[in-house]
Design a protein around this ligand. Sequence first.
Ligand SMILES: [Cu+2]
Length: 630
Amino acid sequence: MGLTRRQALRVGLVTGAGAAVGGAALPPSRGAQAAAIGARTIPQFVTPLWIPPAMPIAGLWPLSYSVAARPIRQQVLPPGYPATPVFAYGSSLDPGTFHAPGYTIESVAFQPTEVTWINQLVDANDHFMPSLFPVDPTLHWANPAGGRGGRDTMPTFTTTPGPYAGPVPMVVHLHGSHVRQESDGYPEAWFLPHAANIPARYATSGSFYDSYRLKYADTYGFSWAPGSARSHYDNDQRATQLWYHDHALGLTRLNVRAGLHGMYIIRGGSTDLNLGQLPGPAPQPGDLPGMRYYEIPLILSDATFSSDGRMYLPSANAFGGGGPYVPDTDIPPIWSPVFFGSTITVNGNTWPYLDVEPRRYRFRLLNSSGVRPFVLKVVADPLAPRPVSPALPIWVIGSDGGLLSAPVSLGSGGLPMQPSERYDIIVDFTGLPVGTHLHLINEGGAATVGTTGSVMRFTVTPLASNDLSVPPDQLSGLLPALPAQPAATRTRRVSFSDVPSTFNPSVTARYLCGTVTPSGKASPRYWNDPVTELPAYGSTEIWEIYNYCPAVHVFHIHLVQFRLLGRRPLAAGASTAPASYETGHKDSVTAPGGQVTRVKATFDRRGRYVWHCHILDHEDNEMMRPWECR
Ligand SMILES: [Cu+2]
């Protein structure tokens, strides 16, 4: 084996810790993995859609929440199947509120919200829980076992290591929010649970945790307790739907897939409509059971399940060419470039159904999957040959950063959604006979008719009350105008590229963000290279994202909402205007392979943030860069 003493110690510590949780409610998923459940054998449309309630409020003035991450079991598959171990957010004040995805956090525009985020990924004995999935320790990742000197690095190995089975770092990013850096959930500001059995030489927090803890205490007079962090969200942005999710370095794909994500909605102010103009209500804190909701979040993801109910990710690099791996080559042994689940989940259940009344519904859509692109349509027959003609139009009224200035009715093209994109839509079931079945389907590139090509079913039930909301085709004069952006003072060229293995060029070893040379070639950079994107405070810039890969990546930048200017081929060619539904405020956008995607934003806070590809498997293996506004 040739382990160094340091590595032998590490293995010994991890093995000992793993044994300590052997009798826990949720034993770690190591060793032999149970066989996958065939997606076609799982009954569809038998589970009612779970509608996320509003997160219970912990305090007022400022509005505050206390949200923990805990390991639970949840009935994700239909009744009769085993429950699924998940990592769930919930109110630390109420154990009944833990769910994956989490309850919705409600906020008010221009009024601050404070959330205390607590890592309680521990068992009943207060011993840490390992990840639900195989953790690749060879990436540049949080690496708590490296201690304070080796955290947030790519560790070196003398033999190919197995998965890390230690405590799980977490840090929460509110995706799309306009916040100070210490509240943004920087990937190196992670923290371990404050568990009883953390090995003494482990780092218990990431490289940025202590300095951000001090900054937060200086600004708000509150010191984060061990195993937690507090974020202060100013909500000084347009009314919209954000989402909170884990962002720990090199672990995001695992923690988000384990269940650590949920919706965060900002309401009110001059960029929202008046109560009653759009379909509602949405769940609010303190609602009594039995409420009928006409504004409903739909959080779309995918997963593969084993026969024991667990979610499955490969324990060996599915595209690794069979090895050899790190350290004999540059190929990660466990991480895979992409993973597509074999089933679709909505709000934490496979293929649910929703009884709808013949009236208008507002759906707040989020693609929370790791990599899967959706193209959504409402159709009569989910098994019809593709492309299917829509039975009802999808009316898009908002995107990542708030409402559009005019509604957009989508026809046969459907609504494309890459990971992390949100759309605010209206579907009008008015006039449909009771008993009608309609389906939300997926015509995205990787979809299979009958499984991942199906999303959920709508069944029309009798009308319970009159619909007083404004029909979507009459919203044009009511939706808020989109403000003009200042002129850009600089055009910045950044890049997405991949790194073929030097051992086996058909295998992708990493994905990188970087810059572009004057002659138009990729100049790739690693996560820990010096910061190259330094927009001046208050400046407006055009960012041109050069995607040198054949495949799509998803450009996401923290702090700012941008506007999409268009796309053009990397080589010479005509520019394509944004699609009608992409013309509003965005923080995540499709950057197609072989194209330059152009966006424009104003950098109006000082601090250090990140930009990255939002395909989770990519951002976890170097496809992320810091940027800084001074
Ligand atoms: Cu990517």
